[in-house]
Design a protein around this ligand. Structure first.
Ligand SMILES: [Fe+2]
Ligand SMILES: [Fe+2]
Length: 240
């Protein structure tokens, strides 16, 4: 049954949505410097970035995921609840989940790219600069980011995984305008009402500001990631 309140919220503009988010979190969601400290590097994509899964996708998913985290935490704080979200682990999983989306073996792309990303992190976490105590969680998050709900083991369902899967789904707005429509955003993938109400218009605007058009890709993952930081600043979500 559809909820008329949700239908009404969904009609808000991205500007209104940004004001709502900022009102709840008490200002910008994060600083450009904080976001750049999670900046992905071209050499972390050993098989090269897959089409639609480069630094701009990682950047948008990071921005949307951190925004969702902060909104959820603000609501919980008001009720004196601690959601215990490991923000460093979420942050790394948000930017690293698709580093192996183009994984090739014997010239073919066939491996589970979530599992492949987890394995890469197991070997390269020091080079990335993440704390040792979060490595296992980041690996789990990447491994289970893509599986069907029914295939995710019960003990792997954490707030961090829900946030990653919601943020990754939100960036499906990049498939809305004709190209690969079978991958377009399906709101049944969004667990949190706030994601449907505020983050959908924000995700659409963020994509609009960072797409190059005609399926073109950024020259490097660094360039794609930085474009998202700039777009976040332009939208008033990130403090320059
Ligand atoms: Fe993926
Ligand atoms: Fe993704």
């Amino acid at each position: 049954m559809s909820n008329p309140e949700v239908a009404k919220w969904k009609d808000i503009s991205w500007e209104q949505a940004v004001e709502e988010v900022k009102g709840v979190v008490g200002g910008e969601v994060l600083t450009a410097e904080e976001m750049m400290s999670y900046g992905v590097k071209t050499e972390w994509f050993p098989h090269g970035p897959a089409k639609d899964h480069g630094g701009d996708h990682g950047g948008r998913v990071f921005g949307l995921g951190i925004m969702l985290t902060k909104v959820l935490e603000a609501g919980a704080n008001r009720a004196k609840l601690d959601l215990n979200i490991n923000i460093e682990a979420v942050g790394w999983a948000l930017v690293l989940h698709d580093i192996q989306a183009n994984v090739q073996e014997n010239g073919r792309k066939y491996r589970d790219h979530g599992l492949a990303a987890a394995e890469w992190i197991g070997e390269n976490w020091q080079e990335v600069g993440m704390s040792e105590e979060i490595v296992e969680l980041v690996m789990d998050l990447c491994q289970w980011h893509i599986s069907d709900d029914k295939d995710v083991p019960e003990d792997k369902w954490t707030m961090e995984l829900l946030i990653l899967r919601n943020a990754d789904s939100l960036d499906r707005v990049r498939f809305e305008n004709g190209r690969r429509p079978e991958h377009a955003l399906d709101e049944s993938f969004l667990t949190f009402e706030v994601a449907k109400a505020w983050l959908v218009p924000i995700a659409r605007k963020l994509f609009k500001l960072t797409e190059l058009g005609e399926g073109r890709e950024y020259d490097s993952v660094e360039e794609g990631f930085k474009a998202v930081v700039d777009a976040g600043v332009e939208m008033g979500l990130i403090r320059a």
